[in-house]
Write a protein that binds this ligand. Structure first.
Ligand SMILES: Nc1ncnc2c1ncn2[C@@H]1O[C@H](COP(=O)(O)OP(=O)(O)OP(=O)(O)O)[C@@H](O)[C@H]1O
Ligand SMILES: [Mg+2]
Length: 366
């Protein structure tokens, strides 16, 4: 695919968002370094960009929590280049979140996905290696929803059907069992669940060699392998039997129960990996996602790197930094100590100093 000019944030304004009262920044097209002490608003700034990108807050936080304490509504808006389009998200106590593109309100917040592709990496992402299977599914869902619009459509319909089936299972436990009501929802679950699995499988097959070569650079000689593991082979059959699900009152089969196995040196990294191996595997995975997004969009997505330096050793740090520099797109990188960042990156960065919800722009390198 031919490279297109990357989509980037050229201006962003935060109004009563988290600890920001009213602030406008003009980020550079390249690397933006957001420096400041703890609790000053670095992560909040990345969260604002992520909100514009996905229509959602980081870590599944509730919308109302992002409204500045004492205020009743929040607004994050941005101008995107090269098109010059305007994106805005409004949060208000007691009413639904609104997402606007060029001042026109979108039917659903998630419709914004794809307009400002981003890839986020923070210490929270370690959970992909160490956490429950749900964290790995969440990883698959958020990344795939951005990369393939069809995926989000299948996921939305699947989840609604799953909710309905679970409600029927609950009703059955309470004594009202309507077998005929199950079929329509199960048909939808089979149709869209099959597509969800196919897209996840294909993507993992694509990611594997890319993540493997990234991993090879970071940890030479240690094998790395991703395997998508469906909960069962035949979803239609599993759903139609219903017996176990009726006993439990919830749906125990389907892609919402699948697992992504991550192995290093032939062993599950979640159970047997050292902390270093867990970190390396997540970085390799994220670098592969970056590659995949670039391939699909034809340009690199905006990279949001939150506080990645404090946790990483020199080797992993420079792999991330060179990925950030080489991909040529826009990068937002937070740190508490500019000294952690290293000369090469520092020289090519635009620096913002964050203090108590104010962002000062610094021309000179620190
Ligand atoms: N709705 C809100 N209203 C006002 N302040 C908030 C709101 N939500 C979060 N904050 C505050 O914003 C401050 C900055 O948070 P943020 O996570 O951005 O800090 P940070 O600069 O990333 O710090 P660290 O280096 O510790 O990660 C925190 O003190 C937090 O309590
Ligand atoms: Mg932070």
């Amino acid at each position: 695919m031919t490279e297109r000019e990357p989509i980037r944030v050229s201006e962003m304004t935060l109004h009563d968002f988290r600890n920001y009262e009213s602030e406008t920044i003009h980020p550079a097209p390249g690397v933006n370094l957001i420096c400041g002490e703890n609790a000053q608003g670095k992560t909040n700034c990345l969260e604002a960009i992520s909100l514009l990108s996905t229509g959602r807050l980081l870590r599944g936080s509730k919308d109302s929590l992002a409204i500045r304490h004492g205020a009743t509504q929040a607004r994050v808006s941005a101008t995107l280049n090269p098109m010059g389009s305007a994106l805005a998200v409004q949060l208000a106590l007691g009413s639904r979140k609104k997402v606007l593109v060029n001042s026109v309100s979108l039917p659903r917040a998630s419709d914004v996905i794809g307009r400002l592709p981003t890839i986020c990496f923070s210490s929270q992402d370690l959970g992909i290696a160490t956490g429950e299977p749900s964290e790995r599914r969440h990883f698959l869902d958020t990344e795939l929803a951005q990369i393939y619009p069809a995926y989000l459509r299948h996921l939305t319909i699947y989840r609604r059907a799953l909710e309905q089936r679970n409600a029927l299972l609950k009703q059955a436990q309470e004594g009202s069992f309507y077998p005929e009501a199950f079929e329509a929802w199960e048909d939808q679950m089979v149709e869209h669940g099959t597509e969800i699995r196919r897209i996840r499988q294909d993507w993992i097959t694509w990611l594997n060699p890319v993540a493997q070569s990234a991993h090879q650079r970071l940890a030479p000689g240690e094998g790395f392998l991703l395997t998508y593991e469906p909960r069962e082979q035949d979803l239609a059959l599993a759903l139609s039997s219903r017996r176990e699900d009726l006993a439990r009152g919830t749906t125990t089969c389907g892609p919402h129960r699948d697992e992504l196995l991550i192995e290093v040196g032939g062993k599950a990294v979640r159970t047997f990996g050292s902390q270093g191996q867990q970190r390396t595997s997540v970085i390799s995975l994220k670098l592969a996602v970056l590659e995949s997004a670039r391939e699909v969009f034809g340009f690199p997505p905006v990279l949001l790197l939150d506080d990645v330096f404090s946790d990483l050793d020199q080797n992993r740090r420079s792999a991330l930094v060179s990925a950030a520099l080489n991909e040529g797109g826009q990068v937002f990188l937070t740190c508490t100590e500019p000294g952690q960042v290293g000369g090469e990156l520092l020289r090519s960065s635009t620096i913002f100093l964050v203090q108590s919800g104010r962002m000062g722009h610094h021309e000179a390198t620190l």
